[in-house]
Design a binder for this molecule. Structure first.
Ligand code: PLP
Length: 444
């Protein structure tokens, strides 16, 4: 079995880049939070969840219900263009999403495949809105003076417009042409081991706000227009960087005062990852548009009535934002079932409790061993930081040797992305494996 699986990887490498994990996943034998690897015939504890994309672990028993099995088979046999051909499966999905996942006050939805495309369509919605606010309604009007204000260490994807706002590692966006849009300081919270803030966050925020104000002033001076402020309410790939409510409120105020839209990219944080349907609901500062993807399976945006301030906006006028498939029906059916299970089993509350348990365990390992610091997070989204940064690489390698798949983020942090139905026993198993790795990593 092991040799066959190794051969599969070799064969695959003849045709494409094979630079991921050295595993061959056995989908039949994966269960819950455990990935079965054919190469070593063993199980890995999955706290990377396909880069925060797989909400309930593998082979959830409720997917054996005949109703969902039939719906999945039906949707997979005929791939329809959902934007223009409306099926009952589509209607059921949209109703479940709009009822249980989208918060009140956001009447507009748009579906597409891929998180980057979700973010791009949020940006397109903002460009169209701003252009019309400026009185440019003729499709031949030039709008090359519209920009998106965004943040350092942001990750929004690797296609089209999103490459101009992603700036985590240079290999992701270097050597591709980009727009030179305003990029400002990200006032990240650092934490003590009791969860309190350890850095001078008010000074950090003052610096960010000064840069934002300077960007708006520069735009007025050089005749450009900031159409939107775009931020991940918690930056994932950039380092699991959390922001204070005060700062998000300041962004809300800038967006309102300067006639810009506030876009939250929740591709990584959304769909109950934080315990709430949306990360922003923990802090209560509402955006104008949210982009989502990953755990939602089908990606897209939802938007508030602020978009209706302009006539013929992208939710009224046909064809302004669109794609052939309009998302994938199989993803929609699967997402509908995920929503049902999450609501039925109260998994938002569950993962909030499990997340607290994991963070408290990590904090006690950190205070006993001094191996890492700044334990932070909520629900399924947890991270901690190493100093020196090299120790982070050692921790991830040691965890992998102990059959745990975890992810790096930023320059010096490890992030966990737990399945929403992660059990208390699995949480304790994770903590014990982390603890066993500590002797192998350089201490602070
Ligand atoms: C916050 C955020 N936005 C956008 C994306 C891009 O999503 P995708 O890789 O599905 O295009 C990601 C992916 O990691 C992300 O974390």
């Amino acid at each position: 079995m092991g040799n066959d699986a190794k051969q599969l990887l070799k064969d695959l490498g003849r045709h494409q880049l094979v630079d991921g994990y050295p595993l061959v996943v056995d989908l039949d034998r994966c269960h819950g939070s455990w990935i079965h690897d054919r190469v070593n015939d063993c199980e890995f504890l999955d706290v990377f969840t396909c880069f925060a994309s797989w909400p309930l672990g593998y082979n959830h028993p409720k997917f054996k219900d005949p109703e969902i099995a039939e719906a999945m088979a039906r949707a997979s046999l005929s791939k329809v263009a959902n934007s223009d051909i409306y099926s009952e499966d589509l209607c059921e999905f949209v109703d479940a999403f709009a009822t249980h996942v989208t918060p009140p006050g956001f009447p507009h939805h748009f579906w597409v495949s891929g998180g980057s495309l979700a973010v791009e369509n949020a940006m397109k919605t903002a460009f169209d809105w701003k252009a019309r606010k400026l009185g440019r309604t003729d499709f031949h009007d030039s709008v090359n003076d519209l920009t998106i204000l965004h943040f350092k260490q942001a990750f929004h994807g690797r296609s089209g417009y999103t490459m101009s706002v992603t700036n985590t590692l240079p290999d992701k966006v270097g050597l591709f042409p980009k727009f030179d849009w305003p990029r400002v300081h990200n006032p990240t919270i650092h934490y003590n081991l009791d969860g309190t803030i350890s850095n001078d966050i008010a000074a950090e925020e003052a610096r960010a706000c000064a840069e934002i104000e300077a960007a708006f002033e520069l735009a007025s001076a050089n005749g450009t227009h900031i159409a939107a402020i775009l931020i991940e309410p918690m930056q994932g790939e950039g380092g699991d960087n959390h922001f204070r409510t005060e700062f998000l409120q300041a962004l809300r105020n800038y967006a309102d005062e300067r006639e810009a839209l506030l876009l939250f990219d929740e591709v990584q944080t959304g769909f109950f990852g934080s315990g709430k349907p949306w990360f922003w609901q923990r802090q209560g500062v509402a955006p104008d548009i949210v982009s989502f993807g990953k755990k939602t399976q089908v990606c897209g945006i939802y938007a508030s009535n602020r978009i209706n301030e302009v006539e013929e906006n992208v939710f009224e006028r046909s064809s302004r934002i669109n794609s052939t498939w309009g998302g994938n029906l199989v993803d929609m059916v699967r997402c509908r079932k995920f929503i049902e299970i999450i609501v039925e089993e109260k998994l938002g509350e569950h993962i909030t409790r499990i997340g607290e348990h994991v963070m408290s365990g990590l904090r006690s390992i950190a205070s006993d061993t001094n191996a890492f610091k700044s334990v932070r997070g909520c629900g399924s989204l947890i991270a901690f930081t190493f100093d020196p940064a090299e120790a982070r690489r050692e921790m991830i390698a040691a965890l992998f040797d102990r059959r745990v798949i975890a992810l790096p983020c930023g320059e010096d942090s490890v992030r966990f992305r737990l399945p929403l139905n992660f059990t208390l026993e699995e949480a304790d198993e994770l903590l014990s494996r982390v603890e066993s790795c500590v002797p192998l990593v350089t201490r602070i």
